[in-house]
Design a protein around this ligand. Structure first.
Ligand SMILES: [Zn+2]
Ligand SMILES: [Zn+2]
Length: 267
């Protein structure tokens, strides 16, 4: 097996995903408590002691909650763009980071982690310098894109040809519009160009990915208020059927969960 990919936690209450080859284990984001992270890793037979790097997509709390505690307890190198680091520090909620754990990367330039080529790409979100990632071990590519108002050209380029992708499918626009508990301003933010990806926009991008050879997808960062797993799945499946791809047959389509890992996606 080339890769194991697993969304450990996914949704507005916290996000973290696991990407591993035989030799290298990477987390993207650490947005639940350290204890929850530990349990999530244990559930898939992994452990903090064997994580080589944590990559941060952006500074929102649902992506960085456990970052400070993990850095101080385990000393794992944490990669973020310069502006994301700055925003994390400005928030002042994560405490000090040991110097050896802080690594900055250029969002426009690929870099290596233990032989894995990491290709960051800009996403469109109301954060300082938000990014997604593609990972390539030289034989297979995998990737993640969440927290973006639309699929940027960088995302399309980086994720094209990826075997497995964790892909945001945040909300159903009708449910969002009709939600009486959300103030108008928040609705505009979520649905905006620098907000979150709707089910339909996610489905459209998914179809592009599948045309490019993607055969495994976890729909992620589902809103608990403005979406349901069924709506997200059905919207994606509908889009796929339109290009002649049958979920469960031509590709493996799963829904990431807030509560814990969805299982391991082997590549
Ligand atoms: Zn965010
Ligand atoms: Zn988020």
């Amino acid at each position: 097996m080339e890769w194991v990919v697993c969304p450990l936690f996914s949704g507005s209450k916290g996000n973290s995903s696991f990407f591993a080859t035989q030799d290298t284990r990477i987390l993207v984001d650490a947005g639940v408590t350290m204890q929850q992270m530990k349990q999530g890793l244990e559930a898939i037979g992994a452990d903090f002691s064997e994580i080589h790097a944590i990559l941060v997509t952006h500074e929102h709390i649902d992506h960085i909650k456990a970052l400070g505690p993990i850095a101080r307890k385990y000393g794992i190198p944490i990669y973020a763009t310069p502006k994301t680091w700055q925003a994390i520090r400005l928030q002042g909620r994560s405490g000090e980071f040991p110097i050896r754990t802080v690594i900055e990367f250029d969002p426009d330039r690929a870099f290596l982690i233990r032989g894995i080529r990491v290709v960051p790409f800009s996403t469109s979100h109301d954060a300082a310098q938000p990014t997604g990632f593609a990972f390539d071990n030289g034989r297979r590519k995998v990737g993640i894109m969440t927290d973006t108002g639309y699929a940027t050209s960088g995302a399309k380029e980086a994720l094209f040809g990826a075997h497995t992708v964790i892909l945001e499918s945040n909300h159903d626009p009708e449910l969002l519009r009709a939600n009486p508990r959300y103030p108008e301003q928040l609705k505009v933010r979520i649905a905006g160009r620098r907000g979150h990806l709707s089910n339909a926009d996610s489905a459209a991008f998914l179809s592009d990915l599948v045309r490019g050879g993607t055969c495994q997808v976890a729909l992620a960062h589902l809103s608990q208020e403005n979406n349901t797993p069924e709506l997200a799945y059905d919207t994606a499946a509908q889009g796929l059927l339109e290009i002649g791809a049958v979920p469960g047959q031509d590709l493996n389509l799963v829904i990431a969960r807030q509560e814990g890992p969805v299982g391991l996606l082997g590549v």
